[in-house]
Design a protein around this ligand. Sequence first.
Ligand code: F6P
Length: 193
Amino acid sequence: PRTIWLSRHGESSYNLEGKIGGDSDLSERGFKYAKNLPELVSRYIPNNENLEVWTSTLKRTQQTAQYLDYPKKTWKALDELDAGVCDGLTYEEIQKLYPEDFKMRDENKFEYRYRGGESYRDVIIRLEPIIMNLENQENILLITHQAVLRCLYAYFMNVPQEESPWMKIPLHTLIKLDPRAFDTLVTKIKADI
Ligand code: F6P
């Protein structure tokens, strides 16, 4: 069966500032990861001559993919969970400005929908076309965002949906998923940056 490769975008300036959402550029470290990716891909991804790279519409995923010389597709459905009115805030700011919401999210992170934004459940629903399209792909690398990757990871690992908000998806790491008959094999390859 085919293999699916996943990666978060490289560290962004918002990641450094602890702000969520937005459309910021990669940090210096994030750019290092982007520069390292072609080597990582050619070393670890076999048959990469037919690889396709999918990113979101946000700059940080496209900057992460910029040195990869493979056909690329951009999907709005791969954009990060929309934090609505909280977009661009830190968690501390959210707790101060919207204490009720902060508490509600803590109590039910899967169902909590940001005001004017999305919940994890909403993200899973909009990922359906991506999952359908993945079925027809031979060799694919998705460069996207933490919440989106948690949902995809939980889906392929057969983890209950409600657990998706807590999946561990580290930065600067290639994740290899090998779906088999009854389970999925996972390998994590940490970039040396
Ligand atoms: O902080 C990076 C980020 O991708 C944010 O843009 C996003 O809102 C958040 O992670 C999702 O993680 P959590 O659901 O744990 O807040």
